[in-house]
Design a protein around this ligand. Structure first.
Ligand code: UD1
Length: 367
């Protein structure tokens, strides 16, 4: 069975890395699974893409669509057009998409329009906030996929409640956590760490990139001011996403509280969050990593598509409530925080479970 494995943006790379290793492994045991790796080019900078391929040992993409940036519609359209062309040439049996980025949705649509089956890894999660582009990507992808690999029972239930047949849904766990656990021994200390006098639990980590937090400068500045007031002299490591960098630079932002750095490579970033006192973020994936690493985490969003990080984990939803943010930062500083539990099946073996299921599917198709 010929698979297309698709990745496009930073959070996809951690999800495909262990899957590719697991497919290679099962192939070495005689499986007929084979894959072609497609990079859509949604993220294209070395910091956002190339460094992840190097550090996570992902092979060079077989096909690069070079789609690049643009508005949501421009990005979707250019990925769809380029992906359709390679589907017609290579005729895969199954397209595997991961996560909820624009590439995930665009490639699913192109495949299904050519009657090619689609498997979605990290299916079924929902923020129920349709103002997020990722929620639209999740809804569209799950409405046309053929096979659904889920991270939690809640995600499975969401799919069942939307009418998807249970035999197409596989609760397998979290491939991003496969990558986290496989890399814990390979972490690297960032160059700035010693220069800035950082050590274990003496600093916070901040990431912000959601349009709802960063596109309006006065909102972004207010968040940064509140954080700066509450942490006093505790430094905040702030790897700045390109979208956020642009608005900060355009407005001449400067502050002594923040150590502003470029987007970090995987090993440096996980080292940084594993050793910090607390994380403030609007990312979804980081809340999962914080849960497994048992690091206090504050999410600057009103909703989450990953409620297990709040129920089981170390995450708390702050939304837009700056008083709640202040109180939570003080609680973290005072070591007054809940302890995380790891959700079931987030055990580092998810990709193996997925490839075993794919192998069964291949055997069915071939007989
Ligand atoms: C995308 C995903 C989001 C994910 C995030 C992680 C969607 C809808 N959103 O958001 O779910 O959490 O990636 O980073 O797919 N840019 C660069 N270099 C790059 C990539 C982007 O400079 O390598 C710039 C773009 O030109 C654009 C901005 O960053 O100005 C946003 O990029 P885009 O891919 O549209 O969305 P993200 O905000 O990164």
């Amino acid at each position: 069975m010929k698979l297309f494995i698709v990745a496009g943006a930073r959070p996809n790379f951690m999800k495909i890395a262990p899957l590719i290793k697991a497919v290679d492994e099962i192939r070495s045991q005689g499986s007929s699974l084979e894959y072609i790796l497609v990079h859509t080019g949604q993220h294209y900078d070395y910091n956002m893409s190339g460094s992840f391929f190097e550090q996570l040992g992902i092979p060079k993409p077989d096909i690069h669509l070079n789609s690049g940036s643009g508005t949501q519609a421009e990005q979707t359209a250019s990925i769809m057009v380029a992906f359709e062309k390679v589907l017609i040439v290579h005729k895969p049996d199954l397209v595997i998409v991961v996560g909820d980025v624009t590439s995930t949705m665009a490639c699913s649509i192109s495949a299904k329009k050519l009657n090619i089956e689609v498997a979605h890894i990290e299916a079924g999660i929902r923020s129920y906030d349709n103002s997020m582009p990722e929620e639209i990507n999740r809804l569209v992808t799950d409405s046309i996929s053929d096979y659904f690999f889920t991270t939690t029972q809640w995600a499975t239930d969401n799919l069942v409640n939307s009418g998807i047949a249970t035999e197409r849904i596989f609760l397998v766990g979290n491939t991003m956590i496969d990558t986290l656990l496989a890399n814990l021994k390979k972490l690297t200390k960032p160059d700035f760490y010693d220069e800035q006098g950082l050590s274990q639990k003496t600093y916070f980590t901040l990431t912000l990139h959601r349009p709802s937090n960063v596109d309006n400068y006065s909102k972004l500045k207010n968040i940064l001011n509140v954080i700066s007031e509450q942490v006093h002299d505790i430094p905040v490591v702030f790897p700045v996403h390109p979208r956020t960098r642009k608005i900060l630079d355009d407005n001449g932002f400067s502050s002594n509280s923040f150590i502003l750095v470029e987007p970090m490579g995987y090993h440096d970033f996980i080292f940084t969050i594993k050793n910090c006192k607390g994380i403030i973020t609007d990312s979804g994936g980081i809340t999962e990593e914080a849960t497994v690493l048992d690091i206090p985490c504050l999410t600057l969003r009103n909703t989450t598509e990953r409620p297990e990080t709040v129920e089981y984990g170390t995450n708390v939803l702050i939304g837009d409530d700056m008083n709640k943010l202040s109180t939570a930062i003080r609680k973290i500083i005072n070591n007054d925080w809940k302890t995380g539990k790891v959700p079931p099946l987030w055990d580092g073996k998810t990709s193996q479970r997925i490839t075993e299921i794919l192998n069964h599917l291949a055997e069915k198709i071939e007989h």
